[in-house]
Design a protein around this ligand. Structure first.
Ligand code: PA5
Length: 474
């Protein structure tokens, strides 16, 4: 029996949400009053009903439950890659990259790529989510194409960045391994739409599908994220089990009992009183890239010009990534003494995966000696508590999500929690949280600038933009 099949173990891994420090009773005048919840009860009920009605259309919600066969296929492919390759390169951007990066950072050894091969147990992982020429050239310097698999991930199958990387990888492979180049590319894309599926079919590439209705930033728990995770030796069944468990907790109708709904309700209430910034501050290096993943999820889903009723609202809250304790020495001054425009979400961990004692060395200097004998574990937790206290004392708003441990199960919980929080916040704001028209505009402009057929009108539109005024250039 796997540990996630034991309900008691699952319950012991349940994430905890503490929002005391959001409340007026604790945070003072900028805090949220309990009355605010009762005043909005009807709004929350209606949003919860819509979440229930739309459940079957939110296809990403089914991912933890409906991928048995896909998971098996992923595991088989991953086992082959682990045994035969030195490098696994993800070529993708946005939702096709941030999840794989976050999950690998959370669940693999923190210096995974630097480990000797026998300790790593699988290939090095590179996630290339930029088209900086220096970055592409430097990748060429550290991989042997003959021992590398390129996993090209693009839901739309048309994103310029990813398709240009595919062209680059194809040329590199043809030069290095000739006709065998096809064996070194795995395509992850929509089953029907886009150019990647065409290329994959024409060349009989191994292919995984992004299920219909699963958008980029909600796709970590499908082959987009699962393949890279499995290649790194991560237990993807446990990851999905954690998400399923959280989905259960977040199926409660009552906002007061539903962690995702409550987190969303708090952020939206805070937004209404001018908190335009949402800081995510994990106190664990393993969770640092969860902030990047969350930033995209929150920004791209909620940053919308129009409400569903067509009115212009310019909704959204700017996500900020921070890391405890590092950013205590960079941003916390602003969090405590700056404007009342942000909500800070701390991510804490009860039990780190290792314990390191701070040794004795300079016992005659009492200002240094007080640290000796403690663990780094106690130190980082004390610093988190102290920062939570400092933020509270300054009257700024914060809440804390605690993971009993960082493991595949709790990470699955966290991913599902944030996805549901985002979807519910979208309902409360009355927007479509699942489209990204602002990103599409930039994509189209890039196509036009690079001469993609069909974008002639966009090119003309760009050419007609006002010329730059030299007065404003130095
Ligand atoms: O969340 C989204 O939909 C976007 O951020 C996409 O993931 C990103 O634009 C990449 O798109 P694609 O996977 O189609 O290449």
């Amino acid at each position: 029996m796997k540990r996630f099949e034991d309900r008691q173990w699952c319950d012991s891994m349940r994430l905890r949400v503490d929002y005391n420090n959001m409340m007026r009773e604790f945070a003072g005048q900028h805090g949220i009053s309990e009355d605010a919840f009762s005043a909005r009860k009807a709004q929350y009920d209606a949003a919860a009903c819509r979440m229930e009605e739309k459940r079957s259309t939110m296809k990403w919600r089914a991912l933890p439950f409906q991928q048995k066969e896909v998971v098996q296929e992923i595991q088989e492919t991953a086992a082959w890659v682990r045994a035969n390759c030195d490098a696994f390169v993800v070529l993708g951007i946005g939702g096709s990259a941030l999840g794989p990066i976050a999950v690998q950072q959370a669940l693999s050894h923190l210096r995974y790529n630097e480990l000797p091969t026998e300790k790593r147990g699988g290939p090095k992982l590179y996630v290339e989510d930029n088209v900086d020429p220096e970055r592409m050239a430097s990748l060429r310097d550290v991989i042997d194409p003959a021992r590398t698999i390129f996993n090209v991930i693009t839901k739309s199958g048309s994103t310029s960045e990813t398709m240009s990387q595919l062209l680059w990888a194809t040329a590199l492979l043809k030069e290095s391994v000739g006709e065998a180049w096809r064996d070194h590319i795995i395509a992850t894309t929509d089953a029907e739409k886009g150019n990647l599926i065409k290329i994959a079919k024409e060349n009989a590439l191994r292919t995984f599908y992004v299920p219909d209705g699963v958008g980029g930033r909600f796709s970590e728990l499908c082959p987009v994220g699962l393949l890279a995770a499995a290649v790194c030796g991560i237990d993807i069944e446990e990851l999905l089990a954690g998400a399923a468990y959280m989905d259960g907790l977040c199926s409660e109708h009552d906002v007061l009992k539903n962690p995702a709904y409550m987190l969303a309700a708090l952020e939206v209430l805070a937004m209404e009183q001018g908190c335009n910034i949402s800081v995510l501050m994990p106190y664990a290096d393993s969770l640092r890239f969860m902030s990047d993943w969350y930033a995209q999820l929150w920004a791209e889903s909620l940053g919308k010009r129009y409400a569903l009723d067509g009115s212009e609202i310019h909704a959204g809250q700017t996500p900020v990534k921070a890391l405890g304790v590092t950013d205590q020495h960079s941003q916390v001054q602003l969090y405590t003494e700056g404007p009342f425009d942000k909500v800070i979400t701390f991510l804490g961990v009860d039990r780190y995966r290792t314990e390191v004692v701070i040794p004795h060395a300079y016992d005659h200097i009492s200002d240094v000696a007080f640290l000796s004998g403690h663990t780094f574990n106690a130190l980082i937790q004390a610093e988190q508590l102290a920062t939570e206290y400092a933020v509270l004392k300054s009257g700024h708003l914060s809440k804390t999500i605690t993971l009993p441990e960082v493991n595949a199960f709790t990470l699955g919980e966290l991913i599902c929690l944030f996805e549901l929080q985002t979807a519910f916040a979208g309902e409360l704001l009355g927007i479509d949280a699942f489209n990204q028209p602002g990103v599409e505009e930039g994509k189209k402009a890039t196509y036009a600038l690079l001469g993609k057929p069909g974008y002639e009108q966009k090119k003309a539109e760009l050419a007609a933009r006002p010329a730059r005024n030299a007065r404003y250039q130095i």
